[in-house]
Ligand binder design. Sequence first.
Ligand code: BYC
Ligand code: FE
Ligand code: FE
Length: 479
Amino acid sequence: MSSVDLDARIPNNVGLADDRKLQKALEAWQPNFLDWWGDMGPEGFQQDQIYLRTAVSVDAGGWAQFEHVKMPDYRWGIFLTPNQEEKVINFGDNIGDPAWDKVPGDWRTELKRIIVTQGDTEPASVEQQRMLGKSAPSLYDLRNLFQVNVEEGRHLWAMVYLLHKYFGRDGREEAEDMLVRRSGNVDNPRILGAFNEPITDWLSFFCFTMFTDRDGKYQLASLAESGFDPLARTCRFMLTEEAHHMFVGETGVGRIIQRTLELMQDNEDVRKAGGIPLDIIQKYVNRWVTVSMDLFGGEDSSNAATYFAAGLKGRFREAGDPNITDHVALEGIYPETRPNEDGSISKIEVPMRRAMNLILRDAYRADCERGIRGWNRLFKKAGMNFKITLPSDRFNRKQGVWAGLPYDPKGEWVGTPGFEARKGDWLPTPEDEAYVASLMKPVYEVGKIASWIAPPKTGLNGQGFDFEYVKFADDPYVR
Ligand code: BYC
Ligand code: FE
Ligand code: FE
């Protein structure tokens, strides 16, 4: 089952060759995917050789092989972590029952919806990032961008496989629609808010991979607990790739901070020296944290309760976390705060199952805090009294109980006039964005780097920073 057929038109470890009908359906979808990649994937770099890792096996450590390939030749494939015998459902009303290896009829609509929502984010992010290659700060970063992009493409394959294999004709239609919706398109947008936001500069890209890909980590982890075993195993494998995306974001923002600190210590005017001022970094963090928190949905959600009860979507490490002892969650409560009309706050208690989105979001926030603490150590080391902070979950929200309410990043009510007057202190202004955009000039020479970011401590896969991560087919500056 887990042996990988790499030579197949669609590399896979799911025995695709034994299911001719499914194989034909996926081979019919493949050219549409490649057309979409050509139209909406990274613009301008399809003929270059990129030092990419490709999954060649799902065994621990053995799934990543590095070589220079053209992106259209990347081996997008279908990989599930190997089957475990006798899996059971680990939570909800059906706890202890055998896990499903087919779609449970009662939950077909809900499962399809979860898979479609997850799948839709993957091509969306590729679309959002498609122009960034033209302003890459170094070959190392250019390669990381493309690595993230091809893997998000593979995540789309993962969800499309589930739709084709388990949902028949309407699954195939959903798979087609994945290639039709477009990030930011007014008539046919991507499903979730954050995936329609433009990403036009590298500070946004690093914030996105730090904070929005991290929503991916938490959503995928909770789906990896699913009683629908094919979904669980697919998401488990996707998580191995997700770690690199968040690494790109966390170290990317860290390297920008590092560079700004170096310029400040040399007593240079950060702007004149082509660095990014700390207040702009904080505003970008505020923007991407808040749209990413919206991705968890409402704090009190009957959808979330249904998903949990049915055994479709669990908590983060539902089965593995020794602190989670009650896997039925029919009796517990979870504390929640809610706004009153006058902006004051009430503390209430939500039945545990209805609070699942909030529980996941709180775990996510703690993880974001951990990453930000790492950045703040850079200030401390430089002897500087400055901290990047995680904005309050009340600030700048579009989903849930805080949506549209005028709280500041500390969570204080400021009223609508107060919010409007000060929002330029908290979120990127057009001037901030124009300044960041003015820095976005590509650097394509081996071992060189842009003015606004420090080089990484080490390169990738044992290579140095001065390795030729991208071999250009022709002059990249004149495209
Ligand atoms: N934007 O009950 P509620 C990733 C809708 S990221 C627009 O509060 P629910 C990646 C909601 O659909 C991980 N609409 O929420 C990262 C519902 O609509 P209806 C993606 C939103 O359903 C970087 C209504 O509001 N994976 O992989 O419990 C690069 C009330 O909903 C939004 C998943 O999301 C929003 N932000 O939870 C590449 C996992 N939020 O019923 C990839 C699958 C809510 O009124 N998705 N709504 O029509 C889910 O589990 C759930 O759909 C959500 C929402 C957690 C997203
Ligand atoms: Fe993904
Ligand atoms: Fe990702």
